[in-house]
Design a protein around this ligand. Structure first.
Ligand SMILES: Cc1ncc(COP(=O)(O)O)c(C=O)c1O
Length: 410
C-alpha cells in the first residue's frame, strides 16, 4: 500500500502546512546520485534542461560538471543565468527564431542544426563557424507515438539521405561539421539503441567529426515492476560505435550523452490535497487541487505515475482499495490515473479523508516544465530538500502574476 509521510527525513505534512498545496518537491540527493551514476560511465554528460530548467537544478548540474542542452533562446538565457559559460551550452532546435539568432550572435554557444535551412542560416549568423548536425536515421522509437523523434513522420533532425547534400552545403557556406547528434525518442530498449548507434557509425558527415552525441531518452522505472536501465550496457553499445568512427576517421572522437528525465524525474514529487471523494458506478475518485495543468504526462501520453498518500493529522492509513485520482480542471481528461486514449484506470490506494495529501511520484521531469496556467490556476510553489532541510525555490504564483502582462486594448 502506498503510504509516504516523509521524503529524505523531511515531514510532508509540515511542508504542506508551510508552503500550501499543491507544491512540487525536489530531493537534491536523488539528482546528485543520478549524475554520479551516469558520470561513472560517460565522461561527457549534458543535461537536457527541457526536463526541468529550474535555476536550482541547473546550478547543481553545473557544480557537478554537467554540460547543458538548450532547445530555445529562453533556455540559453537560463543556462547563462545559472552561471554556465557560453561554450558549455548547446542550442538544439528545429528552427532558429529572432531571439535565437541574437543569442548566437552575442554568445559563443554551440549550435546543433536540424535542417539544411538551419545550416544556410547559421552560415549567415556566424560566418566560418562550426556545427553539430542532428540526424534522423530513418526510424524511431518512444514510450508513446508522441515521444518518438525519428522516422519519416518525425520533424526532428536531418533526414539521413540528405546528409551528403548537407556536407556539400556546409562546405559551400564555409561551415565545418564537427559533431553528430541523434536523439531518437524517449524510452529506448537495447535492440533499438544498437540500431541507432550503428546508424551513427555509418553516417559519413566528412572528416572533421570530433564529437558524437547519443542524445537522451534513458528510461526510468516509473512502475515498481520496471527495471532500472543497465548503464554499463548502454555505454558499451555506444562506445563500440564511437570506436568504429575513430577507426574510420583516424583521430580521437569524444562522446556525449544528453539525458533529461534520467537525471531529474525520480527526484520530484507533486504534492496535492484531497478536497472531495466521490463514487460512480465504476470508480471511487479522489479529487485533488492539482491537475494536468501541473503534470500533463498522464493526460498527454497515458503515462503512469505512482501515487502515494499521507494523512494530514498523523492517522495511520490502513485499508486500501482501487481508486482513481483526478484534478480540478474543466476537462474530462484531467485524471492522473489513465491509459493512453483516456481510459480511466485505478491504483491501489489507502482509504484517505478530505484534507489528506496525495503524492504523485517521479514528477521531477516534464512536470513544472510543461505546466500551464489553464483555468487560471497559478503555478505551484517549488520546494528543495537538501541535507535533511526544506527550502522554497519558487514561491507560489499570485493571481496577478498568472494574468501577467495582459492589458486592455488601446
Ligand atoms: C534533443 C533531445 N535531447 C535530449 C532529450 C531528453 O530526453 P529524455 O528526457 O527522455 O532523456 C530530448 C527530449 O525530448 C531531446 O529532444
Amino acid at each position: 500500500m502506498n503510504v509516504v509521510s516523509e521524503i529524505s527525513g523531511v515531514s510532508l505534512p509540515e511542508m504542506a502546512r508551510t508552503y500550501g498545496t499543491p507544491f512540487y518537491l525536489y530531493d537534491s540527493a536523488v539528482i546528485s546520485d543520478r549524475v554520479d551514476q551516469i558520470q561513472k560511465r560517460f565522461p561527457l554528460v549534458r543535461y537536457a534542461q527541457k526536463a526541468n530548467p529550474h535555476l536550482a537544478i541547473l546550478d547543481l548540474m553545473r557544480k557537478k560538471g554537467v554540460l547543458v542542452d538548450s532547445v530555445s533562446a529562453g533556455e540559453v538565457h537560463r543556462a547563462l543565468r545559472a552561471g554556465y559559460p557560453a561554450e558549455e551550452i548547446v542550442y538544439t532546435a528545429d528552427v532558429f527564431d529572432d531571439r535565437a539568432v541574437e543569442m548566437i550572435k552575442n554568445h559563443p554557444i554551440q549550435v546543433n542544426c536540424g535542417s539544411p535551412d538551419m545550416i544556410r542560416q547559421f552560415a549567415e549568423i556566424r560566418p566560418g563557424g562550426e556545427v553539430f548536425l542532428r540526424i534522423n536515421p530513418g526510424f524511431g522509437h518512444g514510450h508513446s507515438k508522441k515521444t518518438d523523434t525519428g522516422g519519416p513522420g518525425s520533424k526532428h533532425g536531418i533526414w539521413h539521405e540528405e546528409i551528403p547534400e548537407c556536407v556539400r552545403l556546409a562546405k559551400e557556406c564555409g561551415i565545418r561539421i564537427y559533431g553528430l547528434h541523434m536523439h531518437i525518442g524517449s524510452g529506448s530498449n537495447f535492440e533499438h539503441l544498437s540500431k541507432v548507434a550503428h546508424a551513427m557509425a555509418e553516417t559519413d558527415a566528412g572528416p572533421d567529426i570530433r564529437v558524437i552525441s547519443a542524445g537522451g531518452g534513458l528510461p526510468i522505472p516509473y512502475r515498481e515492476t520496471d527495471q532500472p536501465i543497465d548503464l554499463d550496457k548502454y555505454f558499451e553499445v555506444w562506445d563500440s560505435q564511437r570506436k568504429e568512427i575513430e577507426r574510420r576517421l583516424g583521430h580521437e572522437v569524444e562522446m556525449e550523452i544528453e539525458p533529461g528525465r534520467f537525471l531529474v524525474a525520480e527526484s520530484g514529487y507533486l504534492v496535492a490535497k484531497i478536497w472531495a471523494i466521490k463514487e460512480t458506478a465504476a470508480f471511487k475518485f479522489y479529487l485533488v487541487d492539482t491537475g494536468f495543468n501541473h503534470l500533463i504526462r498522464p493526460a498527454m501520453y497515458g503515462a503512469y505515475h505512482k501515487i502515494s498518500m499521507c494523512s494530514a493529522d498523523g492517522r495511520k492509513l490502513e485499508k486500501s482499495q482501487p481508486a482513481a485520482v483526478a484534478g480540478p480542471l474543466c476537462e474530462s481528461c484531467d485524471v492522473f490515473t489513465q491509459e493512453d486514449g483516456g481510459v480511466v484506470i485505478t491504483q491501489e490506494l489507502p482509504q484517505a479523508q478530505i484534507g489528506d495529501y496525495v503524492i504523485i511520484h517521479d514528477a521531477g521531469a516534464y512536470g513544472r516544465a510543461m505546466a500551464s496556467n489553464y483555468n487560471t490556476h497559478p503555478f505551484p510553489a517549488e520546494v528543495w530538500i537538501e541535507d535533511g532541510k526544506h527550502s522554497l525555490i519558487t514561491p507560489r504564483q499570485s493571481f496577478d502574476e498568472a494574468i501577467g502582462g495582459e492589458r486592455f486594448p488601446g
